[in-house]
Design a protein around this ligand. Structure first.
Ligand code: HEM
Length: 401
């Protein structure tokens, strides 16, 4: 059967792996006219594309250029913020932003959150202790990351609802929710509300710094260079956004992977110290970032295919992470797998800034769930995934225990 080009076909959304295996085997550098770009499914090629300087991470400029002029004008306020996201910039702008943000978002700051994360996880599970069935995403996986990020940034607890609501609306834009009519306008409205809110917090921290990430971003200095207020705001939105949905999705897909592999669940429950390799395997096996986009700045050749300047490429991480040439028995979940050089957090200069935090949260969440929810099982066999091309996200995960 020839490979079809519908990346959002229901069977591909439900289980993308057979489709990606077929594509990788038959046409690893595939021109997809429906999506309008090259689909890369081999591990080597995805790694190459994350690193080659002829490919740009700036997806915002081509997107804005493609809009009708009146819509581009209407969305200019969103563009002004997104274009300052380091993830959408190339060197030297990226180098400067990442260096300054690295000064504030340090491994020490993340490790310092360990006991707070455990406390938040325990509080969330305490609140569910008299229940025998929950919807794991709504009741747990969705609340944990945004609470942690808000705390990391230094947002007061009573404002967290605003942060959550805005972040959800912005997701509509970035992950391209299919079928939501006015999604860009709604996202922009939420974005501007969030920006106004953050401006207030930044002002307060300028006057009286605290031990939080916003104060650290204000203080971050490289030689005589500081982040501007607009850059700090954009970075806070990026961290909030980047650290929220993705981690929710990793926690829920990890729980699902264990529920579908009872032997691996038993192994982890009996050996909680395996959690470090287990989380890497959850990221590889069914990680939340299915694919990333790049744009060619110059003509280049890959496996005999001519990629032209201006064309876009889809770097399919989910396919790379199941490439049999890189991972023996790639469709098997093995929580002890080592080495495990997956690309779920990307690769090269844009490698996920929040990876240490996502890992820590997921490690604590999964081990605590296994310890505190005995007899954990799926409460339905009917699971649905959000119909997006770039992310892998369950809509709900009903479980009983
Ligand atoms: C399981 C959870 C997560 C996954 C799967 C994930 C995935 C990714 C990926 C694939 C990239 C590379 C983007 C590219 O190359 O275009 C990235 C970048 C980034 N992520 Fe994450 N992420 C996660 C959690 C987080 C968290 C918790 C934060 C913040 C606290 C965060 C903040 C960022 C930032 C700021 C970048 C941009 C880095 C740069 O451009 O240099 N992410 N992430």
């Amino acid at each position: 059967m020839p490979v079809h080009d519908d990346l959002s076909a229901p069977e591909v959304i439900a289980d993308p792996y057979p489709y990606f295996h077929q594509l990788r085997a038959e046409d690893p550098v595939h021109w997809n006219p429906k999506w309008g770009g090259w689909i890369l499914t081999r591990y080597d090629d995805v790694q190459w594309a994350f690193q080659d300087r002829r490919l740009s991470a700036d997806r915002m400029t081509p997107f804005m250029r493609g809009l009708p002029p009146h819509e581009a004008e209407e969305l200019r306020p969103s563009f002004d913020i997104f274009s300052r996201w380091m993830v959408f910039t190339d060197p030297p702008t990226h180098t400067r932003l990442r260096m300054l943000v690295n000064k504030a978002f340090t491994p020490r700051r993340v490790e310092g959150l360990r006991s707070r994360i455990q406390a938040i996880v325990d509080e969330l599970l305490d609140a569910l202790s008299d229940r025998r069935q929950i919807e794991l995403i709504r009741d747990f996986a969705y609340i944990l990351p945004v609470t942690v990020i808000a705390e990391l940034l230094g947002v007061p607890p009573h404002d967290r609802e605003l942060i959550k609501r805005c972040s959800d609306e912005i997701t509509l834009f970035i992950f391209g929710a299919i079928g939501v009519e006015d999604r860009r306008q709604r996202a922009q409205h939420a974005l501007l509300e969030l920006v106004a809110y953050l401006r207030g917090i930044i002002e307060a921290r300028r006057r009286a710094p605290r031990d939080d990430l916003i104060s650290a971003l204000l203080a971050a200095k490289e030689r005589d260079d500081l982040l501007s207020e607009e850059e700090i705001i954009a970075t806070c939105v990026l961290i909030l956004f980047g650290g929220h949905e993705t981690t929710t999705n990793l926690i829920s897909s990890s729980v699902l992977a264990l529920l579908r592999h009872p032997d691996q669940m038993r192994l982890l429950r009996d050996n909680p110290q395996l959690i470090t390799t287990a989380v890497e395997e959850f990221l590889r096996y069914d990680g939340p970032s299915k694919a990333m986009v790049r744009f060619a700045l110059e003509d280049c050749e890959l496996r005999g295919k001519q990629i032209r300047a201006g064309q876009r490429l889809l770097l399919v991480q989910s396919a790379a992470n199941r490439d049999p040439e890189q991972f023996p028995d790639p469709d098997r979940l093995d929580i002890t797998r080592q080495p495990n050089p997956h690309v779920a957090f990307g690769y090269g200069i844009h490698f996920c800034l929040g990876a240490p935090l996502a890992r820590l949260e997921t490690q604590i969440a999964i081990n605590t769930i296994l310890r505190r929810l005995p007899g954990l099982r799926l409460a339905t066999e009917h699971l649905e995934w959000h119909p997006t091309i770039v992310s892998r996200a369950l809509t709900a995960l009903p479980v009983a225990f």
